[in-house]
Design a protein around this ligand. Structure first.
Ligand code: AMP
Length: 585
């Protein structure tokens, strides 16, 4: 079906400048995407729905018996689902959501480990017209509460153990109407909390027979991920169904996915890689995906690759550095012979890792770059060209990228500057939820400003240089210092907290906090440990500080902002730079 220009829903984003939102880079880029849109299977009513493109269309094209998912549970369980099974279960969940009164655009939070039901629910929500809002299952109560509160989530889907972890937050979340509990294979014997709904019971009582997918347009909202900035709490990045066209095509070209591939993505759906490339890209490309519930483990991952004959593997630099540290032995003890493509995202991939991949996996690792806001891969090392170790590759066709200076003009080749993209790509974020001003501030003089620093070489390859802000990238996950500082100062001993990223050989950066104490508290090792524990319980082990130092005075600007840059310079023994705005103590 042809790409259709249809009226955009007015929605709650009237304040966003429409010229920014659908601004096409150039006529050529736009026409290029138009052709890609034409290759999608549009809904009979003229709409576009991610879940239809990922699941149902394979059934409609006669591939219902093909395996969509092999789930490998943490206790060694295995479950297999064909595209027909997937369609049936997601239709059924769509019917459940409609039965519960979901309306288009309602935010449904999924706070779950990697279980098949997470994926059935996600697709069912999309089919029913809702917006998926995934949450990383390692989060503690605080980040979960902040996000649900901000997005006014109406439904939450979780498991008994995770519900128990956060049960205290719901009294402060009036928007949440129903909590659905997935008790996978009866893992928990505890009764449900009052008012909670049992997933299995809801599914048993719903019928997929007369369910029809909502006729969502490409402009309807589909997914919202929270991402961290240097100021304020994390913000909700809202995407639309039209992102699917770019997820599909980048899956095909940047990850080299072909219909017969067995694909293994190690990212969790709580982060954007786990949805764009752990759901949309693989399934729109019709591959069989391995969903592995367990965490990192060199032998465990290689076992998965061998046992399920994985052909394409998408992972992250931190994991690759851990695999390098695990050494040659686990590699030699496995065959890994089915692997034919490895991709990496989330942080810069060290050139040594590419070399190591060549030696040990007999193939290079392909780095690619993108962010929550871009919704899909923007720049990549492709299967079709030699990898340039240390570079994040070249822009995807239909994407215009540049390195620009403070006047938004391109800098000379080889020079560092702000990495920018011409707005208008299909998976471009539509909004920061209820933060129009912040959204608009990311667009300047016809560019989307990514927040990263990069350089460009004479062959069109981009090279990541660092972040332009204080956001910490730990093991591929962005952590906003403000969120950690806010959690720390809730402790009675903490007067002020300043948080930075400290370089780390494995995780790239770890979170480090500097703390001033309230009167009557002594800087002891016990207090250090207590503060780490306190913030872990509130946030999660990955987000909480790994190290805490006590300081007497917090360096601040005259306007009262914590000078994290200075804390970092002092930590690293670097020059302190311009301190003219430093407050006198
Ligand atoms: P997120 O929005 O959480 O996916 O994080 C996006 C950020 O991660 C980017 O803005 C970069 O700072 C970093 N990032 C992602 N991919 C790469 C890469 N291939 N090389 C360097 N940094 C990356």
């Amino acid at each position: 079906m042809e790409y259709q220009e249809i009226a955009k829903p007015s929605g709650p984003y009237k304040n966003v400048d429409p010229n920014l939102v659908d601004y096409a880079a150039s006529r050529a880029d736009f026409d290029w995407w138009r052709d890609a849109f034409a290759k999608m299977d549009w809904l009979p009513g003229g709409g576009l729905n991610n879940a239809y493109e990922a699941v149902d269309r394979h059934v409609d094209h006669g591939h219902g018996d093909k395996l969509a998912m092999i789930w490998v549970g943490k206790n060694g369980e295995e479950e297999r689902y064909t595209y027909s099974d997937f369609k049936e279960r997601s239709d059924r969940f769509g019917a459940v959501m409609k039965g519960l009164g979901i309306e288009r655009g309602d935010r449904v939070f999924i706070f779950m480990d990697r279980l098949p039901e997470l994926y059935f629910a996600a697709m069912g929500i999309l089919k029913a017209g809702g917006v998926i809002a995934p949450l990383f299952s390692a989060f503690g109560p605080e980040p979960v509460k902040d996000r649900i509160e901000d997005a006014e989530g109406r439904f939450v889907i979780t498991s008994p153990e995770l519900k128990a972890k956060i049960s205290g937050i719901f009294k402060d979340l009036p928007s949440v109407e129903k909590i659905i509990i997935v008790n996978k294979n009866g893992r928990s014997t505890e009764p449900l909390d009052d008012g909670d709904l049992d997933y299995d019971e809801l599914m048993a009582n719903a019928s997929s027979d007369d369910f029809t997918i909502e006729n969502t347009s490409q402009y309807d909202f589909s997914i919202m991920h929270y991402t961290s900035g240097s100021t304020g709490k994390p913000k909700g990045v809202l995407h639309r169904h039209q992102a699917v066209v770019q997820q599909w095509l980048t899956g095909h070209w940047a990850l080299d996915l072909k219909f017969d591939d067995i694909y293994f993505c190690t990212a969790d759906p709580g982060w954007v890689t786990g949805t764009s490339y752990g759901m949309m890209a693989p399934w729109t490309n019709g591959v069989t995906q391995i969903i592995y519930e367990g965490g990192f483990g060199a032998n465990a991952w290689y076992d998965v690759i061998d046992k399920y004959k994985v052909t394409v593997w998408y992972t992250a630099p931190t994991a690759i550095r851990l695999l390098m540290r695990a050494g040659s032995k686990p590699v030699e003890e496995h065959s890994l012979e089915t692997l034919r493509f490895i991709g990496s995202v989330g942080e810069p991939l060290n050139p040594e890792a590419v070399v190591w991949g060549n030696e040990h996996y007999k193939m290079p690792i392909h780095d690619n770059w993108w962010q929550t806001e871009t919704g899909a891969i923007m720049c990549a090392n492709y299967a079709s060209m030699p990898v340039r170790p240390g570079s994040m590759g070249r822009p995807f066709p239909g994407i215009t990228m540049a390195v620009i200076d403070d006047n938004y003009e391109p800098v000379a080749l080889g020079e560092a500057g702000a990495l920018a993209v011409r707005p208008g790509w299909p998976s471009m974020m539509y909004a920061y939820w209820k933060k129009d001003e912040m959204y608009n501030s990311r667009f300047k003089k016809g560019w989307y400003i990514t927040g990263d620093q990069a350089s460009l070489d004479e062959d069109g390859f981009f090279w990541f240089q660092g972040r332009a802000d204080d956001v910490i990238n730990t093991a591929g996950h962005l952590v906003g210092p403000f969120e950690v500082e806010s959690a720390l100062i809730e402790h009675p001993a903490v007067a002020e907290a300043g948080v930075i990223g400290k370089p780390d050989p494995i995780a790239m950066e770890v979170v480090k906090a500097f703390v001033t104490l309230t009167p009557d508290h002594e800087p002891t090792p016990q207090l250090q440990r207590e503060l780490i524990r306190f913030s872990r319980d509130k946030l999660s082990a990955g987000v909480a500080p790994r190290e805490i130092d006590f300081i007497d005075v917090m360096p601040k600007t005259r306007s009262g902002k914590i000078m994290r840059r200075l804390l970092k310079a002092r930590e690293l023994g670097l020059p302190e730079g311009d301190t003219s705005t430093l407050e006198d103590d």
